[in-house]
Design a binder for this molecule. Sequence first.
Ligand code: XIL
Length: 338
Amino acid sequence: AQLDKYAKLAGLSYFGTAIDNPRLYNPEYMSHLQSPGEFGSLTPINAQKWKNIEQVQGVFTWAEADAIANAAKAGMGGRKVMRCHTMVWFKGLPSWVETTYSKSDMEKILTAHIQNLAWHFKGRCYAWDVVNEAIDDNGVFRQSPMYKAMGLPFITHSFRIAAQSDPSARLYYNDYALESPSLSPGPKISITLAMLRTVIAQGATIHGVGFQAHLKVGQVPSRSAIASTMQQFLEVVDEVAITELDIRHSPLRTPSTREMWEKQARDYERVVGACLDVNSGYGSNGGKKKRGCVGVTVWDFTDRYSWVPAEIPTEGEACMWDNNYVKKPAYWRVLNLL
Ligand code: XIL
């Protein structure tokens, strides 16, 4: 049973997971991560975030991110690609960025940060989440230090520098609640589409849109709704991906039951199924030079290390493997679908 192996046979480029650094030293975790054919891509959960890479301006610390890059290269489970995450985000910033800058100073800060990240990992990242979560739930641009200094051009500038610095990486805009209008109360999807069109019209390259898909059991949009939202984004960019998939019980009632896990499994099936459906659509549409939905990444594979209970204590059991590394119904349903 191997997710990545069957994902590839189903026409995706990879099935991957996110990983945080402490796990690298946990042999049980690593044996599942490196199980042959299971995961074909790794995303660093925190190692590449700004405050971990450039805590002090101009001083770059690569050790943690390199450790994950090395795990992706390591023999046993086969070589994995990396989805690199993330260059410019309103969270995870070092304090020196969290102040007021002029437009031209911020432009220089972004240039240096993005160049250093892109150069260091050149050739190692299948994709880079260049800009993450720039628009809030109501469709309003987040008042990040980058936005406050530069306005929308901070996004154009970031993508432009990323493209110059690593021309071989697929450059993504990544966000949550883009999966379907039912998940965002305001005009988040339409504002995001307009932003992408503007940035592309200004001459920057954006290859892809990442759908984080941090979802809740029982509140996952239908497979066709997700697929049709992906199609909308594919009018503007070449590819989309599910980048941070997890589906939590909200609230989590313990002890959990088989029934809860079965319901969760059907929700996982909707999301992965939508990604597959988009591609078969392209097959029959023909003509368009689009790559469709290229892959799925889970935001860690085991409930043991899911970020959910750490941030939202009343919710959880969001992953495909349980607390003891036992594969849950979600795993088998997704595998069966692939
Ligand atoms: C989260 C990590 O999982 C946590 O460990 C960290 O404390 C905060 O960030 N959207 C994203 C991810 O793009 O980077 C976030 O990761 C989860 C939400």
